[in-house]
Design a protein around this ligand. Structure first.
Ligand SMILES: C[S@@+](CC[C@H](N)C(=O)[O-])C[C@H]1O[C@@H](n2cnc3c(N)ncnc32)[C@H](O)[C@@H]1O
Length: 418
């Protein structure tokens, strides 16, 4: 009971979907913060976090997931550099490129943007990068710009030219670090940009946040970002998160591993696609693990959490571990575990095949991803996530007809017209 009211508070304040980090972990964290505050009564603790900013911040620090690393997913940074090289993006000291990274966590993402563009010969004076996060702890690390080994997982060696090694840490050169201005803020609060975003941005990175948020909060984040992005601007998000923006009329950029979309030039194009109850569908094959997709539910929460089926049983625990590994970027480990599961009791589990597809996709193996997603929809024709992934995958491959087919199938699940 005590935890439920605090969970509700967190949902309203920072948009947290308790299921995204696990209700057990959430309860455990709340209990530990209560103990630290010397409070045993839930109502008294709720009162404390409502009225005491320090206690509230401490709870938020314990709840948020600051996982990040340099050049995460690599595609967006390559895309930015290529766009500049091809002349699709222009940046001059007179008209600097305005970029926002939110949430930026401990700074690896905005610093990667800076390094990618400097390496593409953008002049430092032609760049203006703002970076926002709710976590004061993460921002302290970001401002110090000194990083341990885990911030550098899986990236090629070129980054080293921007750092100086100091013992077990790598210090980012001040001429790169000073290109990013950090701000503490809650993306759900309307006042977030009042102090620093004088003009809308041409580019926004909002990756690996929506996966932790409720449907309602995702909508609020969309409104906030939409106000902060200029018409025609680019938005980079996670590979499943990109669908939120597509729902509101943004067009997906079909570039391998990039997960970006573009805001329409005309504001009137930004109409949400109406969501209705799922239409009834023909009965699924007997062996299918098919379930109706939840109305209004976006694909994926967290990134690797497919929503075809969501039963908390033992098998689900294996998949939860796989998702966590994948979310941490431990793709090989995730693949091995998922493969083991699929060879055993999970061979007919559409959710597991879809998850395997997402792992392959994150590992830049589109052909393997395609096979896994196709298996998922064979086993479960209502596997919304797999249908959407297939539609995006075929769009990237240039197979427009197939992309349309799967998009229509996904939309029909929600009773939408294609
Ligand atoms: C997983 S990290 C993502 C960092 C980076 N974008 C990336 O993809 O590597 C999620 C970050 O979201 C921040 N966060 C969570 N809720 C937030 C909110 N309501 N407003 C701003 N930042 C938030 C957390 O503090 C955490 O640093």
């Amino acid at each position: 009971m005590a935890f439920t009211t605090v969970e509700k508070y967190l949902e309203d304040a920072i948009g947290l979907d308790p299921e995204s980090i696990g209700t057990r972990k959430l309860s455990h964290t709340i209990a530990s913060c209560m103990k630290h505050a010397g409070i045993t009564d839930g109502a008294a603790y709720l009162d404390l976090i409502i009225n005491n900013a320090a206690a509230r911040d401490e709870l938020i620090e314990e709840i948020v997931v600051p996982e990040t690393w340099f050049f995460r997913d690599s595609g967006p940074f390559q895309f930015l550099a290529d766009s500049f090289a091809l002349g699709d993006l222009a940046a001059t000291p007179a008209r600097p490129l305005r970029i926002l990274s939110v949430p930026c966590s401990s700074g690896e993402e905005p610093y990667s943007i800076a390094m990618a563009l400097l390496d593409a010969a953008v002049k430092p004076k032609a760049l203006r990068i703002d970076a926002v996060d709710i976590s004061g702890r993460a921002l302290t690390v970001a401002r110090q710009a000194s990083f341990g080994r885990s911030s550098f997982r899986g990236i090629p060696g070129l980054w080293q030219q921007h750092f100086t090694q100091e013992g077990r840490f790598w210090q980012l050169h001040p001429d790169v670090a000073r290109l990013v201005r950090f701000h503490q803020g809650n993306i759900l609060e309307a006042a977030i940009q009042a102090d620093w975003a004088a003009q809308p941005y041409q580019i926004i990175f909002c990756r690996n946040l929506l996966i932790y948020l409720t449907h309602e909060a995702r909508r609020r984040v969309f409104d906030r970002l939409n106000n902060l992005l200029e018409p025609g601007g680019l938005l980079f998000s996670g590979h499943t998160e990109v669908l939120l923006f597509q729902q509101f009329g943004y067009s997906i950029i079909s570039d391998r591993g990039c997960f970006a979309c573009r805001k329409p030039q005309a504001q009137e194009a930004l109409k949400p696609i109406a969501r209705r109850q799922p239409v009834s569908r023909p009965a699924a094959p007997a062996r299918s693990t098919r379930r109706e997709a939840k109305p209004g539910r976006l694909i994926g929460s967290p990134v690797f959490a497919t929503t075809c089926t969501q039963k908390a049983d033992k098998k689900e625990a294996v998949l939860t571990t796989v998702r966590k590994l994948a979310d941490r970027g431990e793709l090989e480990h995730a693949r091995r575990l998922c493969d083991q599961y699929l060879r055993g009791s999970g061979s007919l589990n559409a959710q597991a095949h879809c998850l395997m597809g997402e792992i392959s996709q994150a590992g830049n193996m589109p052909d393997a991803a395609e096979q896994s997603f196709l298996r998922a929809v064979y086993l479960d024709p209502a596997c919304y996530d797999a249908l959407v992934h297939l539609s995006l995958l075929y769009e990237r491959k240039g197979s427009r007809d197939k992309a349309l087919l799967f998009r229509q199938r996904a939309r029909r699940l929600h009773g939408e017209t294609a």
